[in-house]
Design a protein around this ligand. Structure first.
Ligand code: NA7
Length: 540
């Protein structure tokens, strides 16, 4: 396909996506005086919080830090009802932001970008949408989300199923009708966990297909009164500064703690206190050696396993199936749960061990496993995850200089310049893309805002210099990839399969998606680049 630009609409920038990043990017670029067009596949704003409307969806960053920091007014005015708000509230929040900033008028909904081709002659992007719009834009900014390309077609025979089959992130707005029904959930990642614990009391019979068990921590989710929110608003300035300067963009941090300097009693006290916080603090602020040192990893893992055993009433079969034994706590994404493990003690919940009997296909009656057994159900819920980080971009036909195709290049190796640009694709900027903390290991609002701000600043810088094209040099990108790999290889992350390493998608090249040198470190590096007038980036 060639994108032609006959009768194309011209604009300075196209922002793809109207989630947390896209809304803010649109706002920032508009403030710079650019003519910006937002393109969004959904019928409304929200991104992740539009699409993931499955039962039980909620975030696991606390409301006081899952926030926009560029406006104190937004922070003060929107009053979260609880510590970890659910999807409907999160979607309402982003709608409130869109209204408040009057963003909707510049967003075209129900539209996907199908193709974007760099035109070297004009130094602009030629863009084609699913509505057959032709757009000619100087800058293309992908705020496409790191977990927005769902793995929906996972099993043979899905279309033959007589009942309803639904991926969690494509959950319909209307009632799916699971009450009293026989339901299968495939997948026990952060999403599967939220679905399972939420629907179990409602459905007739629940069959959970478990392949890799997860470490999971109980969430403490108190309601927030207006007064309590008022108290948080007084901390706005502190929190705004704080989250930029911690390892994972949360308010909590490792605080220089060291496993080897603490006594066994101190360690136990620390782990207990952080566990009881009911947040991700145990993962992202206990002992940093957990990510690098097998012995520490094993000890912290054993602490969590002990808690999980208690919650499972020490049932040997359930403990065997649901407690991880062959990888360490925190090396895969840690979910927070609300009664998830206890759900397995309910009489209407049954487990199927997919390591012993993998799913072979979907048949009209339900899910068939390799032992030939058909698990008959009325509804199948696919909590099977995403083509994370890169998937949203490779599903668009993006062509850079000399006709190179991003999909093709990334099918060999995923390389970026700090997750902000890709060499060979001038004036394409990315947020939530591979090789930055925003690809996984961070409080997303912290990281996305930092990237959006950095992108707005470099665009402003280029304009100030009367330059129209920005591209990272090959040397800069190579050096970043090398640094990323060096940091990664000091950790235990590369040893464990999962979406962090891209191994959940057949054929995807193996590399840790997220930069794990810390949000604080990454932010410092980005700020330094800006201060030094962007060495490593070519302006033309
Ligand atoms: P995840 O964490 O990638 O989880 C997907 C789950 O689906 C996981 O348990 C997989 O098992 C399971 N899965 C995938 N394919 C199969 C097959 N063929 N058979 C059995 N089980 C399968 O996705 P989530 O949506 O839960 O979470 C993604 C992120 O979203 C999350 O970390 C948060 O940041 C928000 P596997 O582990 O591959 O053995």
């Amino acid at each position: 396909m060639k994108v032609n630009n006959n009768s194309a609409d011209f604009c300075d920038a196209v922002v793809i996506g109207a989630g947390v990043a896209g809304l803010y990017q649109l706002h920032r670029l508009r403030e710079l005086g650019l003519n910006v067009r937002g393109i969004e596949a959904a019928s409304g704003v929200g991104g992740t919080w539009y699409w993931n409307r499955y039962p039980g969806a909620r975030y696991d960053s606390q409301a006081e830090i899952y926030q926009y920091w560029f406006s104190k007014e937004l922070y003060e005015e929107w009053k979260p009802s609880e510590r970890f708000p659910s999807q409907p509230e999160s979607e309402r929040w982003l709608n409130y932001v869109a209204d408040k900033l009057d963003l909707r008028k510049d967003i075209q909904f129900n539209t996907r970008i199908d193709a974007a081709h760099w035109d070297e002659a004009t130094g602009r992007w030629k863009i084609r949408t699913s509505q057959n719009d032709q757009i000619d834009a100087q800058f293309l900014i992908a705020c496409t989300g790191m977990l927005s390309a769902p793995l929906e077609e996972v099993f043979e025979g899905q279309s033959s199923f007589k009942g309803k089959i639904c991926h969690t992130s494509r959950w319909p707005k209307e009632d799916v009708g699971i009450k009293g029904k026989r339901v299968a959930v495939i997948g026990t990642g952060a999403t599967g966990i939220q679905v399972i614990q939420t629907i179990a009391p409602e459905v007739g019979a629940l069959k959970v297909f478990v392949r890799t068990p997860q470490y999971t921590l109980p969430m403490r989710n108190p309601k927030y009164s207006e007064e309590e929110w008022g108290a948080w608003t007084k901390q706005f300035d502190y929190l705004k500064e704080r989250v930029r300067n911690t390892f994972a963009g949360f308010d909590y941090d490792f605080e220089g703690r060291s496993w080897y300097k603490d006594t066994p009693e101190q360690r136990q006290r620390t782990l207990e206190a952080l566990y009881n916080d009911g947040s991700l603090a145990l993962w992202l602020s206990s002992y940093p050696e957990m990510f690098t040192d097998e012995l520490v990893s094993e000890e912290v893992s054993e602490f969590v396993r002990g808690k999980m055993r208690e919650r499972l009433n020490h049932d040997p079969d359930l403990c065997d199936l649901l407690i991880p034994a062959d990888y360490g706590f925190g090396i895969r994404r840690v979910p927070l749960d609300t009664g998830y493990l206890e759900t397995y003690l309910r009489p209407n919940v049954q487990t199927i061990n997919c390591q012993k009997t993998p799913i072979s296909r979907i048949v009209p009656e339900g899910v068939q496993t390799e032992d030939g057994k058909v698990h008959e159900v009325d509804v199948i819920i696919l909590a099977t995850g995403f083509d994370a980080g890169s998937g949203a971009l490779t599903r668009i036909d993006i062509r850079g200089k000399e006709g190179r195709a991003l999909k093709e290049e990334w099918s060999q190796e995923i390389r970026t310049a700090m997750g902000l640009q890709v060499h060979g694709y001038p004036n394409l900027f990315t947020t939530g893309a591979p090789l930055a903390p925003s690809a996984a290991l961070c409080n997303m609002t912290t990281c996305l805002q930092q990237q959006v701000g950095w992108i707005a600043d470099i665009i402003q810088f280029a304009r100030d210099q009367h330059k129209s094209v920005v591209e990272p040099t090959k040397e800069f990108q190579d050096a970043w990839v090398e640094h990323h790999d060096q940091v990664t290889n000091q950790t235990l992350f590369p040893r464990v399969d999962g979406w962090y390493m891209g191994t959940n998608v057949p054929g995807k090249p193996r590399r840790l998606l997220s930069y794990c040198g810390g949000v604080n470190d990454y932010n410092r590096r980005c700020a330094e680049l800006a201060e030094k007038k962007y060495p490593g980036f070519a302006f033309a």
